[in-house]
Design a protein around this ligand. Structure first.
Ligand SMILES: [Zn+2]
Length: 279
């Protein structure tokens, strides 16, 4: 038996469906973003340039970082003055935040400043004077976009076993540099290599340090390396993003930060300001 041709109405409906499908496939933009663009087009006056991509997309994230919760009330710093500093690698908090820290100050990528500004990342930079050298302008820009600048000694020695006078000179000396160059009063200290002893704590207390800040995990290349405990991110973890001076082809601080932020988002966490959680 010969097949009957489709009625005209069915053929028209089929054609319309195929056209719709083609229109969908032709767009490489996901449906949510397309909706966002349409909304933006509606409110944009004629002749105005198209909006730039949202910051989180520009920095390689699939979704915006959630806003951190309101931080806890802190005890007055004066009450804690001259006490032996606490040594921490995480903060005890139920808040779903982790803390991003960076050491030394060797890498000075202007786009990292843009990233911190656009994502409003509350990062802490632990600076060593001899490494930062002539690069203080970069860190002044980071300070102006919300980064905290903290103490990582004048010359980056391993402090454990050094006499009190030498340790005090390293810690108080960098505290004074940070104040003279940036006007900041640093109260957090990270010993180079995480190396310290009881003399360090005494010297740090005498230099006004409230807390010695270590780290529970570091971001090396594109992977998190935990120092101890559970091998996954937990609320309150202090994280160190390292830069690799010897590997010029390796990922930049910015790329490492993006990789870390993806891990942070995957765990349902966000980035908090370390200074808000410490005395
Ligand atoms: Zn260091």
């Amino acid at each position: 038996m010969r097949a009957r041709p489709w009625p005209r109405r069915t053929a028209a409906a089929l054609l319309a469906a195929v056209l719709l499908l083609l229109a969908g496939c032709a767009s490489s933009v996901d449906p949510i973003e397309r909706l966002g663009r349409k909304a933006a087009q509606r409110v944009r006056p004629a002749g105005q340039a198209a909006p730039t991509p949202r910051p989180y997309r520009r920095w390689g994230l699939a979704a915006p970082l959630p806003a951190p919760p309101r931080p806890p009330a802190r005890p007055s710093p004066r009450a804690a003055a001259s006490a032996t500093p606490a040594v921490i690698d995480h903060v005890d908090t139920p808040d779903r935040v982790v803390f991003l820290t960076y050491d030394d100050g060797a890498e000075r990528d202007p786009r990292f400043v843009d990233m911190v500004r656009e994502l409003r990342l509350p990062v802490s930079m632990f600076l060593t004077d001899s490494v930062v050298g002539p690069g203080y302008g970069h860190f002044a820009r980071l300070l102006s976009v919300g980064a905290a600048l903290e103490n990582h000694t004048l010359e980056h020695p391993a402090l454990r076993g050094l006499p009190y006078a030498g340790q005090r000179a390293e810690i108080c000396g960098q505290r004074d540099k940070l104040h003279a160059r940036f006007g900041v009063r640093s109260r957090l200290f990270r010993p180079p290599y995480g190396s310290y002893d009881t003399t360090t704590l005494r010297a740090a207390a005498d230099c006004g340090v409230s807390t010695v800040v270590l780290w529970r995990a570091s971001m090396t290349e594109t992977r998190l390396r935990f120092t101890h405990g559970r091998r996954s991110l937990r609320p309150g973890d202090i994280l160190l993003v390292t830069s690799d001076d010897d590997d010029l082809d390796g990922p930049t601080l910015r790329e490492r930060t993006t990789a870390l932020l993806r891990d942070v988002e995957a765990e349902g966490l966000t980035v908090g300001r370390l200074q808000d959680y410490l005395r």
